[in-house]
Design a protein. Structure first.
Length: 133
Protein backbone atom coordinates (compact mmCIF):
# COMPACT_ATOMS: atom_id res chain seq x y z
CA UNK A 1 0.00 0.00 0.00
CA UNK A 2 1.41 3.36 -1.02
CA UNK A 3 1.34 6.33 1.31
CA UNK A 4 -1.45 8.82 0.83
CA UNK A 5 0.87 11.81 0.49
CA UNK A 6 2.39 10.62 -2.78
CA UNK A 7 1.34 12.05 -6.11
CA UNK A 8 0.50 9.68 -8.93
CA UNK A 9 1.73 12.17 -11.51
CA UNK A 10 5.16 12.36 -9.88
CA UNK A 11 5.47 8.56 -9.79
CA UNK A 12 4.58 8.36 -13.49
CA UNK A 13 7.02 11.14 -14.40
CA UNK A 14 9.86 9.50 -12.46
CA UNK A 15 9.18 6.12 -14.10
CA UNK A 16 9.33 7.68 -17.58
CA UNK A 17 12.43 9.68 -16.59
CA UNK A 18 14.15 6.43 -15.70
CA UNK A 19 13.11 4.90 -19.01
CA UNK A 20 14.01 7.76 -21.32
CA UNK A 21 16.85 9.52 -19.49
CA UNK A 22 19.47 11.09 -21.76
CA UNK A 23 22.31 10.81 -19.20
CA UNK A 24 24.64 7.84 -18.72
CA UNK A 25 23.98 7.92 -14.94
CA UNK A 26 21.10 5.51 -14.22
CA UNK A 27 17.99 7.14 -12.74
CA UNK A 28 15.83 4.07 -13.11
CA UNK A 29 15.45 3.65 -9.35
CA UNK A 30 13.96 7.07 -8.53
CA UNK A 31 10.30 6.15 -8.91
CA UNK A 32 10.76 3.14 -6.64
CA UNK A 33 12.41 5.26 -3.96
CA UNK A 34 9.63 7.85 -4.27
CA UNK A 35 7.01 5.16 -3.75
CA UNK A 36 8.86 3.80 -0.72
CA UNK A 37 9.85 0.53 -2.34
CA UNK A 38 13.51 0.67 -1.31
CA UNK A 39 14.33 -2.96 -2.07
CA UNK A 40 13.12 -2.62 -5.63
CA UNK A 41 14.91 0.70 -5.83
CA UNK A 42 18.19 -1.06 -5.05
CA UNK A 43 17.48 -3.71 -7.71
CA UNK A 44 16.68 -1.03 -10.31
CA UNK A 45 19.86 0.85 -9.35
CA UNK A 46 22.01 -2.26 -9.80
CA UNK A 47 20.36 -3.01 -13.14
CA UNK A 48 20.45 0.67 -14.13
CA UNK A 49 23.41 0.30 -16.46
CA UNK A 50 21.52 -2.28 -18.53
CA UNK A 51 18.51 -1.89 -20.76
CA UNK A 52 16.47 -4.18 -18.50
CA UNK A 53 15.80 -1.47 -15.93
CA UNK A 54 14.89 1.09 -18.61
CA UNK A 55 12.39 -1.27 -20.21
CA UNK A 56 10.91 -2.07 -16.80
CA UNK A 57 10.58 1.66 -16.06
CA UNK A 58 8.78 2.25 -19.34
CA UNK A 59 6.40 -0.65 -18.69
CA UNK A 60 5.70 0.55 -15.15
CA UNK A 61 5.17 4.13 -16.35
CA UNK A 62 2.53 2.95 -18.82
CA UNK A 63 1.04 0.66 -16.19
CA UNK A 64 0.79 3.49 -13.63
CA UNK A 65 -0.69 5.75 -16.30
CA UNK A 66 -3.39 3.36 -17.51
CA UNK A 67 -4.36 1.43 -14.37
CA UNK A 68 -6.79 2.79 -11.83
CA UNK A 69 -4.98 3.65 -8.56
CA UNK A 70 -7.24 1.44 -6.45
CA UNK A 71 -6.58 -1.50 -8.76
CA UNK A 72 -2.88 -1.13 -7.93
CA UNK A 73 -3.57 -0.83 -4.20
CA UNK A 74 -2.58 2.83 -4.17
CA UNK A 75 -4.08 5.62 -2.18
CA UNK A 76 -2.42 8.51 -3.94
CA UNK A 77 -3.40 12.14 -3.91
CA UNK A 78 -4.61 13.10 -7.35
CA UNK A 79 -5.44 16.65 -6.31
CA UNK A 80 -5.25 18.88 -3.28
CA UNK A 81 -6.47 17.16 -0.10
CA UNK A 82 -9.97 18.08 1.02
CA UNK A 83 -9.69 19.78 4.40
CA UNK A 84 -13.39 20.56 4.66
CA UNK A 85 -14.31 17.17 6.11
CA UNK A 86 -14.61 18.54 9.63
CA UNK A 87 -17.08 21.35 10.02
CA UNK A 88 -15.70 24.69 11.04
CA UNK A 89 -16.67 26.07 14.46
CA UNK A 90 -19.05 28.47 12.72
CA UNK A 91 -20.83 25.49 11.13
CA UNK A 92 -21.65 23.83 14.45
CA UNK A 93 -25.26 23.72 15.48
CA UNK A 94 -26.50 25.51 18.55
CA UNK A 95 -27.28 22.17 20.20
CA UNK A 96 -23.70 20.94 19.66
CA UNK A 97 -22.25 24.13 21.10
CA UNK A 98 -24.59 24.01 24.08
CA UNK A 99 -23.70 20.38 24.81
CA UNK A 100 -19.97 21.14 24.54
CA UNK A 101 -20.30 24.13 26.86
CA UNK A 102 -22.18 22.03 29.42
CA UNK A 103 -19.57 19.27 29.26
CA UNK A 104 -16.78 21.82 29.72
CA UNK A 105 -18.55 23.25 32.77
CA UNK A 106 -18.83 19.75 34.26
CA UNK A 107 -15.13 19.10 33.61
CA UNK A 108 -14.21 22.41 35.26
CA UNK A 109 -16.32 21.50 38.29
CA UNK A 110 -14.60 18.11 38.59
CA UNK A 111 -11.21 19.82 38.37
CA UNK A 112 -12.13 22.33 41.07
CA UNK A 113 -13.33 19.53 43.34
CA UNK A 114 -9.97 17.82 42.91
CA UNK A 115 -11.35 14.76 41.12
CA UNK A 116 -9.37 15.58 37.96
CA UNK A 117 -5.75 16.66 37.77
CA UNK A 118 -4.73 19.59 35.57
CA UNK A 119 -3.29 17.15 33.05
CA UNK A 120 -6.43 15.02 32.91
CA UNK A 121 -8.61 18.10 32.64
CA UNK A 122 -6.57 19.46 29.74
CA UNK A 123 -6.63 16.10 27.92
CA UNK A 124 -10.38 15.71 28.29
CA UNK A 125 -10.99 19.34 27.34
CA UNK A 126 -8.93 19.00 24.15
CA UNK A 127 -10.58 15.69 23.32
CA UNK A 128 -14.02 17.22 23.82
CA UNK A 129 -13.20 20.22 21.64
CA UNK A 130 -11.70 18.00 18.93
CA UNK A 131 -14.80 15.79 18.86
CA UNK A 132 -16.95 18.84 18.36
CA UNK A 133 -15.27 19.78 15.13
Amino acid sequence: MISSDKSRKVAIALAFLGAFQPTPIPLTFLHKLYLGQYGWGAVYFLLGFTQIARIACAVEGVWYLLAHPEALGWQLTLSEPDISEKPLPSQRTAAQMSAAAQALRELEQLRQEGLLSEYEFEQKRRHLLDLDR
